[in-house]
Every structure is written in structure tokens, then in C-alpha cells.
Design a protein around this ligand. Structure first.
Ligand code: PMM
Length: 278
């Protein structure tokens, strides 16, 4: 059974709820259950197709969170959203958290490591896909937040990210997952410099032609901030982030993962008008 959101012909907007104390963009703001839930519901009203709940920051230098704490943060919110009929993804590196979240109603497992961080993830995600129809989002990753900046070395970033993501797909298929349960993500900022991120965005068709839906997470990332004057705030990153989101969709991405859903929906509406009139 393919998740209906994988075959929609309108752009998928994944709204971010970071239940963490140290996410680079909104650390500490939504760590509490009620605030996270209220924020998630706001994102849905603003036009989020999926709400992405994470309990552990993956930014460079972030410290790991005990898995029990991660689950205590995310699982109740996942359940509260899923019972309202909202499509939820769980942003986790941990197989046990993925399992707990899917059992609480999550439809997507968003693993920025593509199964490399937890040796049990590939097998677990394949099982959850078969048992519950859960979709697995495999990010391109080369190492944990402690090491990733040193791993941003490529001769040809587009070819290498494509090859390394294909290897993750092969591992998932070998574990019994079907092709229509997989979404790919180039992992902007994960072992990538600003130049690598822009090159990947400019060559998005090289990834979409693999035949999987592609998700892009550029929102508020440092390579966007580098375009802005010194001292620009986090919220000021939302306008250029929305532009990148709309351009990603125009270049063939299936979905975008963003903080500011409202601005993203507006940017997408501009794009849709432009395309409809052309
Ligand atoms: N980036 C972050 C976290 N989760 N998930 C996906 N699929 N793609 C991403 O690019 C991605 C992600 C880090 O950003 P955050 O701290 O703002 O959540």
C-alpha cells in the first residue's frame, strides 16, 4: 500500500517542530508537549501537509539525547496529531524511536542518516513499511554532527551523493522494503559546504531521475544565512528559504521541509500561477 501523499500532484510541505533544546534555528522553543502540539496545529492551519516531529538536534556539534528522553518528547505529540488525522513524520536516527512513533500513528520515518546511524534502522524501517505502510525518508549523510564538517570532501558532489543514496536504497530493498515506501533527501548541510548545497540544488534532476520522491530541507540553514547581511535574524531567513523551497519544487522536488509554512505556501502559489499562465 503506497501512502497517498507520495502520489499527490501538489507540492508537499513538511512543517518542522523541533522538540529540542539545541536546534540551530528554534532550540528550546517547542520542547514542551503543549507548545509543540500548538505549534504543529498552527503549521497545519498554515498549510503543512505533514508535520515533522524531532526530539534530537542533528546540527553540527549537537550532543546526543538519550533515546528514552527522545521518545518521551516525541511520542505523545505524534499520537495527539495522528488521532486528529494529521500526517506525521518522526525525525529520528533511532530505530526504536521510529518504531514507537509509527505505533503511535506516524506515517513517515525521517532519518537524516539514511540508516547509517543505527544498525537496526534499515531492518526496522523495512518491517514498519510492510506492517504499517510507513514511508522511510533516507537522507544523505556521511557522519554524525561531531564529524560531518570534516567529511564535506567531494570530487563531484552530485555524482557522489547520488551514488551514496543509491547504496542506501539498495540496503533498504535488500531488507525487504518496496520501492514505493522510499523518499530520498540530499541532506543539505550534512557533510556539505554552502557550495555543495547550491550545486546539489542546481542539479536536482540528477536525483529526481532515480525515480523516488525527493525531499529538500534548506529552511533557515547557514548557506541561506550567508546571503544575508551580518546580524540578520533567524526569522529573516524565512523569506529566502521560501524562495529556495519554491525553486526546489519547480525543479522537480516532491516536497520541502520548512519552518515557515505560510511563507512557503505563498511562494508556491506564485509559482503555480506562473506555471498555469505559461
Ligand atoms: N535537516 C535538519 C533536520 N532534519 N530532515 C530532512 N529530511 N532533511 C533535512 O535537510 C533535515 C532534516 C536540520 O535542520 P533543523 O535543525 O532546522 O531541523
Amino acid at each position: 500500500m503506497t501512502d497517498p501523499l507520495l502520489t499527490v500532484d501538489t507540492p508537499v510541505v513538511m512543517g518542522i517542530v523541533n522538540m529540542t533544546v539545541d536546534s540551530f534555528s528554534d532550540g528550546g522553543e517547542f520542547v514542551d508537549h503543549d507548545r509543540a502540539l500548538a505549534h504543529a496545529l498552527d503549521l497545519v492551519v498554515a498549510g503543512a501537509t505533514i508535520v515533522d516531529i524531532g526530539g534530537e538536534s542533528t546540527r553540527p556539534g549537537a550532543s546526543r539525547v538519550p533515546v528514552e528522553l527522545e521518545q518521551a518528547r516525541v511520542v505523545p505529540v505524534v499520537r495527539d496529531l495522528a488521532t486528529r488525522g494529521i500526517a506525521v513524520s518522526v525525525d529520528t536516527l533511532n530505530a526504536s524511536t521510529a518504531r514507537a512513533a509509527v505505533h503511535a500513528g506516524a506515517r513517515f520515518i525521517n532519518d537524516v542518516s539514511g540508516g547509517l546511524a543505527d544498525p537496526n534502522m534499515v531492518r526496522t524501517a523495512a518491517q514498519l513499511a510492510v506492517e504499517s505502510g510507513a514511508v522511510y525518508i533516507a537522507g544523505h549523510w556521511r557522519g554524525s554532527s561531531a564529524t560531518m564538517n570534516d567529511l564535506a570532501l567531494y570530487d563531484d558532489v552530485v555524482a557522489e551523493v547520488r551514488t551514496e543514496l543509491t547504496q542506501r536504497v539498495d540496503a533498504l530493498l535488500a531488507a525487504g522494503m518496496s520501492r514505493d515506501s522510499i523518499v530520498l533527501d540530499p541532506g543539505l548541510g550534512f557533510a556539505k559546504t554552502a557550495a555543495h548545497n547550491w550545486t546539489l540544488l542546481a542539479h536536482l534532476p540528477t536525483l529526481t531521475e532515480l525515480g523516488f520522491p525527493v525531499l529538500i530541507g534548506a529552511s533557515r540553514k547557514r548557506f541561506i544565512a550567508e546571503l544575508m547581511p551580518d546580524g540578520a535574524t533567524m526569522l529573516e531567513r524565512d523569506l529566502p528559504s521560501a524562495v529556495v523551497a519554491a525553486d526546489s519544487i519547480a525543479a522537480g522536488a516532491w516536497g520541502v521541509r520548512v519552518h515557515d509554512v505560510r511563507a512557503t505556501r505563498l511562494a508556491l502559489a506564485v509559482r503555480a500561477q506562473w506555471e498555469a499562465a505559461s
